[in-house]
Unconditional design. Sequence first.
Length: 244
Amino acid sequence: IIIEDGSMDSTVKICEAHGIRVIQNERNRGLAYTLNRGIKLSKHEIVVTLHGDTVPLSRRWLSELIEPLNDPSVVASCSLQQPPNCDSDDLSLWEKLLWAKLDEQNALNNKADAYRREIFTEVGLFDDETFRIAGEDEDMALRLRLNGEKIVGTPATVRHMHSYSCRSNYDCLVKILKKEYIFGQAGGALRRKFPFYKPGAYVHPNPKSFVYDGAFKTMICVGFLIPYIQVIFIPVLLLACFLG
C-alpha cells in the first residue's frame, strides 16, 4: 500500500510505471494522517511502515523485522537504522555535521517498523490531531510503554536517506533550523499530553534519558541566547551535544 501525500517528486509516475496502485491524499495531510490511512486500508495481522526515504539494505530485511512478532508478548519491532552516508557529495556541510555523530540505532519511529495490528485497537492509531509531521512516533512508543507492551530492536538494517535538498550551505542551515523548530513543537506537545510522565526518548527499545527529550533540547537552545543565564545554558548545551 503506497500512500502519496502531496509529494512534488516522481513517486506516482514511478509506481504507475511498475503497475503499483498509489493512494493519493486529496491534499497534503501530514505524516500521522497518512500512516493511519494506510493502516486502515491494510488487512493482515502484521502492519509494516516504511518511509519513502528509508531503504532496506538486505533482501532479508522484512523477514528479520517481523521475526520477533512470532513471540506473542512482542507487539512491535523496529529496524536498525543507519544515517546517510556522510562521504556523499550530495550532502551539504551542515548535513554532514548533523549526521556525522549519529551511529546506527534501533528506533520505533515508523520509518521501518512492524506492529501487531491488534495493538492499534488497544492503544489507538497515530495521533494525527496533535502531531501532524513530527512527534507521532514518540507518542505511539510512549503509549505502548504505558500500556505495558513489549518493543524490541532487530538486526533488520535500513539506511535513512534523509536529505534537505539544499541549493547552498546557507539554504541547508535554514531548512535544518526550521526542521528542528518543528521537532521542538512536537516535543512540547508531547510534554503537554503527558505532563506527569518523565521526559526522555521512548522510541528506542531501551528508553533514553531526559537529555534526549525534544522539549529539553529546545529549552537549552533558546536559553543560551538569553543574557545573564547564558553562563548556565551554554555549558549545558555543549554537554548535551557531546551526550547525543
